[in-house]
Design a protein around this ligand. Structure first.
Ligand SMILES: Nc1ncnc2c1ncn2[C@@H]1O[C@H](COP(=O)(O)OP(=O)(O)OP(=O)(O)O)[C@@H](O)[C@H]1O
Ligand SMILES: [Mg+2]
Length: 369
């Protein structure tokens, strides 16, 4: 494929960073995953299934086997691989390689031993309490830096479009790697937004993205704000409080933040082992990110700065700003508050709750899903 030539510089020398990925044969991946054995399956997402595997050199990999491939999608596969291959950052999970043989399209990543943040907050590892406050703070800062890199430094800039806890993976040292920015589309220079199919997960979707399908960096900021609130509190993005009422995490958090009840907001699993000032910081930033008006949200580089506590003045301006005035608290109880997502109609499990909704077909960028 022609785009593979991007691995080489015009002078013919290979760039060091591009030598870190390669093409795998189907045979090699079949052998690594015991022929995509069910026992090797790590999970399933919108793209297909992910399998654990081990290569001949002993290294562990995660193989994403993409489902129902069509000719149209093959082009997108190349786009996705090109995006992933170019982007390298310590807090992003870049691909290790890929395989495109016959109908098979596979993407190979390093295996992340501690799986996803979702699995530790709400899934199979939730009972094990591995997420100390220090780890949570590092996960927040590292993943913010990864997304900030996509927004501000990757060329062209990249919108993730699916920021959520199952797309924040944790390595053996619980360091965060943001994954699955694979279907993020490249934003051509001078274009401020692209209209595409609405992708994302209920509870994380910015209201304007869910309604209009306009993907902008501020949509990722919104999703990241939900993730911060989730990380601080251990709550799900949408909780069912009784058979008829659902509460989004922002609706739950804003009144408490207005009343400065930050201690009460920390995940009960932390018991008393947390730094209240940092919980406050994470919550304030999370709520700033989930403001309904996209232009009022911070940009990701500001999110990093705020989370690191590098700007006491900005944090104090945020804390004393309109958002946290007591009247906000009373106006956002229940599911119809100012920050509620208009599309949340029912609560589903994480595997089922990805929505996809075609918008303006003339402008729609084809989807790999
Ligand atoms: N490199 C990896 N190492 C370890 N586990 C992984 C890796 N990649 C994916 N997983 C896990 O495999 C499961 C399926 O991942 P997948 O990305 O297909 O779905 P998802 O993240 O739930 O949804 P989406 O398709 O929107 O990304 C998830 O639980 C994910 O955490
Ligand atoms: Mg994923």
């Amino acid at each position: 494929m022609g785009w593979l030539c991007c691995c080489k510089r015009p002078d013919g020398k290979k760039k060091r960073k591009d030598t870190t990925w390669r093409i795998f044969s189907l045979k090699e991946l079949q052998s690594a995953t015991n022929n995509f054995n069910y026992d090797n399956k790590l999970g399933e997402g919108g793209f297909g299934s992910v399998y654990w595997g081990q290569l001949w050199d002993g290294s562990q990999i995660a193989v994403k086997r993409l489902k129902s491939w069509s000719n149209k999608a093959e082009k997108e596969f190349a786009i996705e691989v090109e995006v992933l291959a170019r982007v390298r950052h310590k807090s992003l999970l870049s691909l290790r390689g890929y395989c495109a043989e016959g109908q098979e399209r596979l993407i190979v990543y390093d295996y992340m031993q501690n799986l996803s943040l979702h699995s530790h907050l709400h899934g199979q590892h939730a009972a094990e309490c591995h997420l100390s406050w220090e780890r949570r703070m590092n996960i927040a800062i590292d993943s913010a830096e990864g997304i900030a890199y996509l927004h501000h430094h990757a060329i062209p800039h990249i919108i993730h479009r699916d920021v959520k806890a199952s797309n924040v993976l944790l390595d053996a040292n619980f360091q965060a790697r943001v994954a699955d920015f694979g279907f993020a589309k490249l934003i051509p220079e001078g274009v401020t937004h692209v209209t595409t199919k609405v992708k994302g997960t209920l509870g994380y979707l910015a209201p304007e993205y869910a309604m209009l399908g306009k993907a902008k960096e501020s949509c990722d900021v919104y999703s990241f704000g939900v993730l911060l609130l989730e990380l601080a509190s251990g709550k799900k993005p949408v909780e069912k409080i009784n058979p008829t009422t659902k509460l989004t995490i922002t609706e739950w958090a804003l009144p408490l933040a207005c009343d400065k009840k930050f201690k009460e907001m920390a995940d009960p699993k932390l018991k008393d082992s947390f730094i209240e000032a940092e919980v406050k910081r994470m919550v304030l930033v999370g709520l700033a990110c989930t403001q309904k008006k996209p232009e009022q949200r911070p940009i990701m580089s500001e999110v990093v700065e705020l989370l690191k506590g590098e700007s006491a003045e900005k944090l104090s301006n945020l804390e004393n700003g309109e958002l946290f005035k007591p009247e906000q608290a009373s106006s956002c109880q229940g599911t119809s508050g100012p920050n509620s997502s208009d599309v949340i109609t029912e609560e589903k499990d994480s595997k089922e709750d990805t929505i996809e909704e075609a918008t303006d077909s003339s402008e729609t960028v084809p989807s790999v899903r």
